[in-house]
Write a protein that binds this ligand. Structure first.
Ligand code: ADP
Ligand code: MG
Length: 686
């Protein structure tokens, strides 16, 4: 005797769904009846039967009911059959025209009463519908016609019709088992429908107004859960109170290698306030590539050291760790601050010593990769965590590092600009500083999208720049399959270029599989100008800063996302020389074309981020790294801003009263959060 059917039951429990069909549903991510009920239509169509049609407004769809009175068939040319049926409605006669569907004759015998939905046109004085959708009037009233019907995103093998009837069956069987999760006071205050009613109305709306309410209810629920998962209960933790600027910070600020931009000065002022305050700092520094975030990080690290703490800077790649290490060592040496480097490929004795230095406090500023969060890396007195290119890290990695200290201050930095709406949703607990100004003298990077036929011209141009003393990057095609293939492709490309195109230049090669010393060597040579052209995989995507490199060629540019292209391009334009970016690519999709066009149209990262948001939607934009947070099923960040702010307000109010949602009244909420974010959802942050 099978268990009772419920929301968690497999779809196969529904009549009409067998093995094969349930597998098709799985392709859409639908495993259970509950999944199906929360699989929302992407649009709705009013298929209420219209009583009379005699003057159709062109282009709009209509649903009509009538009797079939006859048909005729024509073959205007070989390979084409036009079958036309005549539909007699109460007020008019309409021709239903089908192209190459002779089987319709068997389906639509004469004399039947049917419902037809389609665009009505006037052809030669006669009303006509081309390829209308047909329903039998005796069947399925109130499901596929005679109402506002839902249209679902489908996949091959699953028709919109089958989806619709399966959802209907799921609702009949289990619709009343949907439990409330939003506490009644909020539901009432926000004038939401009950959850069960919202689900019913989103699939089979009574009218457009109920549909609107249902959508609003479900979007609110979605945003509310998201905010509960992200917002911090306002904790009364006391953080580290850093002392006011003393001699060390003073010296750092007066000895800077350049004059700070206005935006950098503002950032420093904000960090100072945060770090000297009693609450732990949690600030996101957003600044376009090349806006000068590193110096801000250096400032914070010095300030931390001055107050007797250690500061740590975590970055996503070894090359970047090493670059920051060299950079900081140079900046901080005059201040007699001891800087250490820790990354995955540092091992053996050196590693032991470094770990020892970190543990006893001799290392005051530590730069490293993910290696920093491993066990065995213990700090004497960690006071500040800085995370560069933070979009490359997950929430848990960040919190692991924070847990190595006590209520540390946290500064995260990113050059992947996040549109304001997204920032509000996904980084709601962080204060945000934006570096909206580039250091003086920067030339906009001239960006060109070129096809394969222009390759030799690009190479000629590159040759001239190198003759003038500049350097260049050539970025290999993005190969998803494996590291090994990437390495091979890069190696071959370099050999080929060296031999056939630039025999007289010094080429270097860098990719992820090199050992740290090898990477160091190559990057060192490139920095020192001993390599003219660096052939590289995307390992140089973030952070790398060589001002004399003024030209970048990106192969197969259509394979890269917009954010990634922008980051890569940001490797040039870091000095005062004119800089160039060549995108080699032949995109086949509309989206690909738009991406490359956007790249040539602007070099403003924020602008590109908005474009990206429009092209791909927020889920894709944030990437998998933001755990499950990204995919919004029904809320829409462009239109639901007001709703988002409401959801945020309600969520933070509830967390203030019941931080871990242990109140039995919040059981439903807690369970939903566990489903969304995993059992440890409360560990949003350390
Ligand atoms: P990003 O924000 O991309 O991390 P960096 O911190 O690497 O940028 O800075 C890019 C380059 O600009 C570096 O070479 C840095 O020394 C230089 N730079 C930063 N701030 C200024 C400034 N105010 N004036 C001149 N050059 C600056
Ligand atoms: Mg940087």
């Amino acid at each position: 005797m099978p268990a009772e059917i419920n929301l968690g039951s497999s779809l196969e429990r529904l009549a009409g769904i067998g093995r094969r069909r349930s597998q098709l549903f799985q392709q859409l991510g639908i495993n259970t009846i509950g999944d199906l009920l929360f699989y929302f239509p992407w649009r709705w169509e009013d298929r209420s039967v219209q009583e009379g049609i005699n003057s159709p407004s062109p282009g709009t769809k209509a649903t009509v009911r009538g009797w079939l009175t006859g048909w005729e068939e024509r073959r205007p040319r070989p390979g084409m059959t036009i079958t036309k049926f005549f539909l007699q409605t109460e007020k008019a006669r309409i021709g239903l025209v089908f192209f190459n569907q002779p089987f319709r004759k068997a389906q639509l015998g004469r004399g039947r009463e049917i419902i037809a939905t389609g665009k009505v046109e006037m052809r030669l004085g006669q009303l006509q519908m081309n390829n209308p959708e047909i329903e039998m009037a005796s069947l399925d009233s109130g499901l596929h016609w005679g109402r506002i019907v839902p249209i679902y995103p489908v996949c091959r093998g699953l028709s919109p019709r089958l989806l619709r009837s399966t959802v209907y069956r799921a609702m009949e069987t289990c619709g009343n088992m949907i439990r409330e999760i939003i506490p009644p006071p909020i539901r009432k205050g926000q004038q939401l429908l009950s959850r069960a009613a919202a689900i019913k109305e989103i699939h089979f709306p009574t009218d457009w107004e109920s549909l609107r309410k249902a959508r609003r209810t479900l979007a609110f629920e979605e945003l509310f859960l998201l905010q509960l998962g992200i917002l911090q209960p306002s904790k009364d933790v006391s953080g580290i109170v850093h002392q006011a600027h003393g001699e060390l910070v003073g010296k750092f600020l007066t000895n800077l290698p350049f004059q700070l931009t206005g935006a950098q000065k503002r950032a420093i002022a904000e960090l100072t306030r945060d770090m000297e305050g009693t609450q732990p700092m949690n600030r996101l520094l957003q600044g376009d590539v090349g806006s000068g975030k590193t110096i801000i990080a250096a400032f914070a690290l010095v300030k931390s050291v001055e107050s007797g703490h250690q500061g740590v800077l975590m970055v996503p790649t070894e090359i970047l760790a090493e670059q920051h290490y060299l950079n900081l060592r140079q900046l901080l040496a005059p201040l007699r601050i001891n800087v250490a480097l820790l990354s995955g490929s540092i091992s053996g004795k050196v590693r032991e010593e470094t770990e020892e230095d970190i543990k006893c406090g001799k290392a005051q500023v530590i730069v490293g990769t993910h290696a920093l969060i491993q066990e065995g890396v213990d700090f004497a007195n960690l006071g500040l965590v800085v995370i560069d290119e933070q979009h490359r890290f997950g929430v848990s990695q960040r919190s692991h590092l924070l847990k190595k200290g006590h209520s540390c201050d946290l500064l995260t930095m990113t050059a992947t600009p996040i549109p304001r709406t997204l920032a509000l949703v996904f980084y709601s607990e962080q204060n945000i500083t934006v570096l909206d100004e580039l250091p003086p003298g920067r030339q906009p990077i001239k960006t060109y999208w070129v096809g394969e036929n222009a390759r030799h011209k690009v190479y000629d141009f590159l040759r001239q720049r190198v003759m003038e003393g500049r350097q260049a990057y050539i970025v290999c095609p993005l190969i998803e399959e494996s590291d090994k293939l990437k390495v091979r492709a890069a190696t071959e490309l370099k050999a080929d270029l060296q031999e056939k195109v630039f025999p007289d230049f010094r080429l270097g090669l860098i990719h992820g599989r090199l050992r740290l010393e090898e990477k160091e060597e190559v990057m060192g040579k490139f920095r020192d100008g001993d390599i003219d052209i660096l052939v590289t995989t995307t390992v140089i995507e973030v952070g790398i800063d060589v001002a004399n490199a003024t030209l970048i060629v990106i192969e197969n540019a259509e394979r890269f996302g917009l954010a990634q292209l922008h980051q890569l391009r940001g490797r040039v334009g870091r000095g005062t020389h004119d800089s160039y970016c060549f995108l080699l690519g032949s995109p086949t999709s509309q989206e690909g074309i738009q991406r490359l066009k956007a790249m040539t149209a602007t070099s403003d990262g924020f602008h590109l981020a908005e474009t990206d948001l429009n092209l791909r939607g927020p889920g894709q934009l944030l990437g998998t790294r933001q755990s499950g947070l990204a995919e919004l099923k029904i809320a829409n960040l462009k239109d639901d801003m007001a709703l988002l702010l409401e959801a945020r307000r309600e969520a933070s109010a509830i967390l203030n009263r019941d931080p871990n949602l242990t109140d039995p009244a919040h059981n439903g909420l807690r369970k939903s959060l566990e489903e969304l974010f995993g059992p440890n959802w409360q560990d949003r942050q350390a």
